[in-house]
Ligand binder design. Sequence first.
Ligand code: EPU
Length: 359
Amino acid sequence: MPESFQQAAPLNIKAQYDLSDLNTLSLAGEAEYFARFNSISELLSLLEYAKNKQLKLKVLGGGSNMIVQPQVNGLVLQSAMQGIKKLAEDDATVTYAVDAGLNWHQWVLQSIELGAYGIENLALIPGTVGACPIQNIGAYGVEVGQCIEEVRGLQLSSGQCMSFTAAQCDFSYRDSIFKKQYKNDFIITQVIFKLSKHFKPQTAYAPLKQMAEQFVEDNSAQLLSAKQIANWVIEVRNSKLPDPKIIPNAGSFFTNPIIPKSQADELLSQFPNMPVYAVQGSSKNKEVLVKVAAGWLIDQCGWKGKSLGLAKMHDQQALVLTLQAGASQQDLINIQQAVQVDVNNKFGIGLQPEPQPFC
Ligand code: EPU
């Protein structure tokens, strides 16, 4: 690491820092130490500080995919860097480097303003740009990995700057290298997006398809814009998903389980309405795999709108676990386990939570 770290500006490190406003489940928790950084040199100084003090490093994005524990040991880092920089352009595409600390939805809106298309279906997803590659955020027929060219950051254990091409990120459904080999040992500082200059509506998801068909019938295909798609996505999300500022939640609480097609076929003979989706290029021991809708499984077990203690599965979307003010980690665990047991008993499927413990 450069020698200049010793002389770097004083780092704004806070001790016993309250994290309850920094996670969308609003769980009470305290970080032993917490710091936001405004530059890569500040980040390097923080890594050096942690190394000298033998503090573990933890990375916090928008706090929308984590289950904060009451005591979080070590130094929690959060990027305050929010720059957007055009890197390249040709007739068809434009490439932007976006800093990890920027709010994801702000970037989606900004990309549309800039005439750079591809991520409009991902409007209103909570979190930051830096968090988006980790679980390869996806909604309404689009996964962010399709638009990412490169992910840049630092390995926490070595302080080494690293960059991953999209192929190296190994994106798949709600998964990437950052949840595997680099789990807990990498901080994403910047994401490079390659977006299209020509808007092509992505309306494979049924509700969007209906809205687009109606729009084209009433207007004309030329008037269908990325802004319009983003507005529909916002409308659909607002109708199903609670606003975490009002009702604490972390979006989909479980991932949609991926199971062998043979198992799904057996279940379909008993539950013909079970939603099943193809998983591209996915197989295990030569067996074809499919994805089933966790929200439907939970709903079928009677959990939609049902509470346990201070936790509840959302009335409009059973996949979303919500908490009341003052709910504890134990309230969350209780309902999580009760739902898992019921789904397992009825369908023989083990649901996996999407948010990860932050401790
Ligand atoms: N369903 C029910 N009951 C419910 C919820 C869903 O029967 O309570 C059924 C629906 O009718 C539909 C199917 O289950 O047939 C799937 O539901 P939906 O279209 O709402 O999508 P999802 O699979 O539950 C996934 C993502 C969402 C994303 C939507 C739309 C995951 C874990 N979740 O949900 O992502 O917005 O698709 O693309 O893959 C998030 O990650 O936080 C998130 C909201």
